[in-house]
Design a protein around this ligand. Structure first.
Ligand SMILES: Cc1cc2nc3c(=O)[nH]c(=O)nc-3n(C[C@H](O)[C@H](O)[C@H](O)COP(=O)(O)OP(=O)(O)OC[C@H]3O[C@@H](n4cnc5c(N)ncnc54)[C@H](O)[C@@H]3O)c2cc1C
Length: 397
């Protein structure tokens, strides 16, 4: 793969990178999608697509294939630390990331994007008005590709951003762990979010994938005082102490190891870019605080980064592409994060989920607000803020 020259290199073929490559290829732009892994590849995740991801799939015409390969659910259950629970309506698809990410990158390839697997990005230099980008293959041989634009969509791996001088925060903001199990299909119709006291403001989950397969995991948001956390222990605590986990897992066979991964949330990742180097997806910190869901937002950033490049060419390269991209991010997604950052702060107190679940069980409009939060029709701070909680307590929402 030496001496290749393309207009855009996208590094990382996760939801952000593949969506960017798809939009660029559909606009007739010469784009190369590179990943350090061979695709299809697995990715540690809860495997749940919430409405923002489903909307993006409809937008790019991929909903039907994901619907066919995935498992559809119309309910979710929130379990409070005191064990009370509420069953709510919503629309979700679960699908293993090995399948989902492959569908997405194949769509980009079908649209005309080139691909190269098993090449790890190392660094780049700017010379002769182009980026000369260095990759290493599995045998540690160096390869160079030149391009006008570089999209960095390398997820939670901070090294590429560090090498490019774009890393803003040194530590991830959350960590998660999950395992696949096969069990009886007792809870196959609902996504379960269990707010265990020892995980707050994080949570544990049991997400069915169909045919008795479940993705079971837990996630923790990091702060200065929980440096020495052992997530394996917390997972084991969840599966042995939680009544619902015990019920689901009583007949379970393990189908995978327990695997963990970091998350970068709340726009706390890297700088947006520099010139024609642009950062998309989780590398930018685009996974949501409070929920840890990121696929939809990372796909959206893929669309926006492609739009910024297209606008940059159309405008005749007069403003830096990174400025155009920053404007699009500010206009379309940045404001969505603050309410989630605020909500996460409230969720660390067990009385908050306890009270919200209790009151939602008694009051239809609080129940509707909770459903609206996952549909992104209602900001979470409508409930998880001082004023929101007072209103929930008095049931005057
Ligand atoms: C435990 C856990 C549970 C989660 N559950 C959910 C969920 O249920 N729903 C949801 O919406 N979100 C969930 N998320 C968040 C979600 O996984 C991320 O938001 C999403 O994967 C980010 O997409 P991305 O394309 O930015 O990065 P990624 O999906 O991480 O893709 C990045 C790609 O870059 C490649 N790469 C990295 N470094 C290099 C390099 N140097 N050279 C070449 N390639 C490179 C990687 O191989 C990878 O393929 C979860 C995350 C975790 C950790």
């Amino acid at each position: 793969m030496t001496d290749v020259d393309v207009e855009v290199i996208v590094i990382g073929a996760g939801p952000a990178g593949s969506t960017a490559a798809l939009f660029l290829a559909r606009s007739g732009i010469d784009v190369l999608l590179v990943d350090r892994h061979q695709f299809p590849r697995s990715k540690v995740c809860g495997d749940a697509l919430i409405p923002d991801a489903i909307d993006m799939l409809k937008n790019i015409g991929l909903y039907d294939s994901v619907y066919k390969e995935g498992f559809s659910l119309s309910q979710f259950r929130i379990i409070a630390p005191n064990g009370d629970s509420i069953l709510l309506n919503g629309s979700f698809i679960t699908i293993k990331r090995i399948l989902f990410d492959n569908l997405l990158c194949n769509a980009a390839i079908s649209a005309g994007a080139k691909s190269a697997w098993n090449y790890s990005f190392e660094n780049c230099i700017y010379e002769n008005s182009k980026y000369k980008v260095e990759f290493h293959d599995n045998l540690n041989n160096k390869h160079y590709i030149t391009s006008k634009y570089l999209i960095v969509a390398t997820g939670a791996n901070p090294l590429p951003l560090k090498n490019l001088g774009l890393l803003k925060y040194l530590r991830p903001t959350a960590i998660g762990i999950r395992r696949y199990v096969k069990a009886a299909n007792t809870f196959e119709q609902e996504l379960i979010f269990s707010y265990e006291k020892f995980l707050l403001p994080g949570y544990a989950w049991i997400f069915p994938l169909g045919n008795g397969t479940y993705n079971v995991g837990c996630g923790l948001f990091l702060h200065r005082n929980n440096n020495r956390i052992n997530l394996h222990d917390l997972y084991n605590r969840f599966v042995t102490e939680s009544p619902i986990a015990r019920q689901v897992l009583s007949t379970a066979e393990e189908q995978s190891f327990l695997e963990g991964a970091p998350l970068w949330t709340g726009f706390m990742g890297s700088l947006v870019g520099n010139g024609s180097i642009l950062v998309a997806g989780e590398a930018l910190g685009l996974t949501y605080p409070t929920t840890g869901e990121g696929i939809g937002k990372c796909m959206k950033s893929g669309e926006l980064v492609a739009k910024a490049i297209i606008a940059h060419r159309d405008e005749g390269y007069c403003r830096p592409a990174s400025d155009l991209y920053q404007n699009l991010l500010d206009k379309e997604i940045k404001s969505k994060y603050l309410p989630y950052i605020i909500s996460q702060k409230w969720l660390k107190y067990p009385f908050v989920p306890n009270m919200v679940v209790k009151q939602a069980n008694k009051n239809e409009s609080i129940r509707k607000l909770l459903e609206g939060i996952l549909k992104e029709e209602v900001e979470p701070s409508r409930i998880l803020s001082l004023w929101g909680l007072i209103k929930v307590m008095l049931r005057i929402t």
